[in-house]
Design a protein around this ligand. Sequence first.
Ligand code: FCB
Length: 444
Amino acid sequence: MTTPVPLLSKSQFPDDFVWGVATSAFQIEGAPLQDGKGLSIWDSFCRQPGVIADNSNGDVACEHYARWASDLDMIANLGVDAYRFSIAWPRVRPTGDGAWNTKGLDFYEGLVDGLLERGIKPYLTLNHWDLPDALQAKGGWAHRDTVHRFVEYAEGIQARMGDRLSSIATHNEPWVMAVLGHETGVFAPGIKNRATAAQVSHHLLLSHGLAVQALRAQGSKATLGIVLNLSPMHPATSGDADTTQAKLEDGRLLRWYMDPLFKARYPQDVLDHLGVDAPKVQADDLQNIAVPIDFLGVNYYSRSVVSADQSWKTESSGLEITDMGWEVYPEGLTELLVRMHRDYAVPPLYVTENGGAFKDSFENGRVHDQGRTHYIQRHIAAVAEAMRQGVRMQGYMVWSLMDNFEWASGYEKRFGIVHVDYDTQVRTLKDSALWYRGFLGQTE
Ligand code: FCB
């Protein structure tokens, strides 16, 4: 059974709604040591045996560091309004606390000016996970000093190119950095300690709040915000155990970030659950975190189904499943956006990432990725439905512009609407990109 795909028109959305595509530095750039760049925690992590599915790394990736100009032409050709990208912190300040690297700053300034020349709005993310390795050696995000190094980094970028940025997000997905990076250890820096993870999450939030205040003090005209990965937590059954567990998981993923950002407090049930592992919070930290922001970015891929005994299997839901093993569940996006609008005084929301990994086949120069095209269409319709229900939405960005290094999954999972041949670095627009371009070109 295939789910009917909604008829969509760009004219259903306001004229100032921002349509975009997204990437991140480590996943596309390559050139880990070129022009004075320092190593990041992901460069080091990839060198540990067995942590990346295909034993790959980011050394070459999409060679975007060399190919950025033609990549910008490709983005312009899609007809998007905005490009969401990130700066590799160790490319601009190799050790995170020492000298700045002029060539690294030049690279990103060229990128920003190149976007503006092509009529595309630059949407910058400061931290998409690639902390300078030298800062990790000093304790990384678990160490409170890193908060202040991040604020300096934000100030340095604002001073050099902030006048030309449309938007600055401090962090991408603090939950992922905290929990996958420091509790389960499946992502860099590969630490497995619950108390460390909780402290990291607090430092990420604090550095967000302090950076926003510093950027405002510098007169930043960009819209300032943060990007969270969120999904509704559905109990597998209506039984008490599953319901209780789902509420706790919702606390750990959503309320742990939304409550401090919008209510200046951590959720009590999660604090109770963490017990002695709860983070050390100093006076004023929560007020600093809860500074007003101009936008909130939501990365949405799927819902989560929670069973207390972990017996629930994705395959049993009967829903279509992507190559990541994630259910295709667009209703969850509407549910999530409406809930955020209802429970929090949120600023305008963006979907800053949404998309799917599918097993694409490249045939005669074409990639007929109907699964991905339908995925994107159904999620755009889910955004329209949230807006119909009163949610203030400002934009939607596809993850991702092109196939790239998918973290612990390496290059095996392809999220791009543009196919990348990793032997030749040839880029080919998949059918999903052709559809998106057509959708964006609609005028009536
Ligand atoms: C998100 C990340 C992004 C990408 C997608 C698939 O968690 O922000 O870099 O890997 O997942």
